[in-house]
Design a protein around this ligand. Structure first.
Ligand code: ATP
Length: 241
């Protein structure tokens, strides 16, 4: 599992895991990371990050992927997507852009990002990965996915027409016993718990925004204004890719 890259014992094997560890972690602030392609970042993303920031009482680190492994290549460059995230979060207290995946070569696997964060933050720090329901129900397609539960909690956000019922049996089994009804349990253990964040549905989607831009429609209602201006200035997404 994911612990092998950390050189620390697996949960339940002594120092990390179990009641002892719960006490050791009590009082630690949750570190929240929100990964994605952000091609482009939209008001749905920002609303999710702001809500997580308020609800979980901590800052949210937005992590644009350099080379997303689970989808077609992005239209805008990684640098442009990260710049748009920076423009989008200006003035939003508690939101941070984390460019760590841009500094790595090859595919941006979540498991590698979380291993890096574990090495940096230590084995006892509670870490949560913020994720939309559409992405979460496909988690079992991700590289080394079972290790993800050893490395972080998941905070899941509902998206239109997505339901946990469409998870595979394997993923459902892996999720059994992990669901929490309040976020507090995520503060007291380093990883492995799941929580659905209560948030009104947001309908923005980067795919729909790119399609609108390719048809020369006005999509500015779905974008932070600085991002809409950046897209227009650089003529991004105009060719429909
Ligand atoms: P696309 O439409 O191209 O799939 P997207 O809008 O889902 O793009 P991503 O960069 O893939 O954007 O999303 C990053 C993360 O944000 C994912 O976990 C995704 O599920 C989540 N997310 C995106 N849009 C929303 C939304 N409207 N409501 C809740 N979560 C969202």
């Amino acid at each position: 599992g994911g612990w092998r890259c950390l050189g620390i014992p697996a949960p339940g094997a002594g120092a990390v895991g179990g009641a002892e560890n719960q006490r050791a972690c009590a009082g630690l602030r949750l570190s929240v990371y929100y990964g994605g392609t952000f091609d482009p970042v939209h008001l749905g993303h920002i609303a999710v990050a702001d809500a997580a920031c308020r609800l979980l009482h901590t800052s949210v680190h937005i992590v644009p992927s350099a080379d997303p492994p689970h989808r077609a290549p992005a239209s805008a460059s990684a640098e442009q997507r990260a710049t748009m995230v920076e423009l989008a979060i200006a003035g939003h207290q508690g939101l941070v852009c984390d460019r760590r995946e841009l500094r790595r070569s090859g595919k941006s696997y979540c498991v590698d990002t979380l291993c890096g964060l574990r090495a940096e933050l230590g084995g006892t720090q509670p870490i949560a990965w913020l994720i939309g329901m559409d992405a979460f129900i496909g988690l079992d397609g991700w590289h080394e996915w079972p290790a993800l539960f050893d490395l972080a909690h998941f905070v899941v956000v509902q998206r239109p027409e997505q339901s946990l019922r469409s998870m595979s049996a394997g993923l459902q089994n892996a999720c059994n016993g992990r669901w929490q009804t309040s976020p507090e349990a995520l503060y007291s253990t380093p990883a492995g718990k799941l929580y659905i964040m209560p948030l009104a549905l947001r309908h923005e989607s980067s795919t729909a925004i790119r399609a609108g831009l390719a048809r020369h429609e006005d999509v500015s209602a779905y974008l932070p204004s600085a991002v809409a201006e950046y897209i227009q200035f650089h003529q991004l997404y105009a060719s429909g890719v």
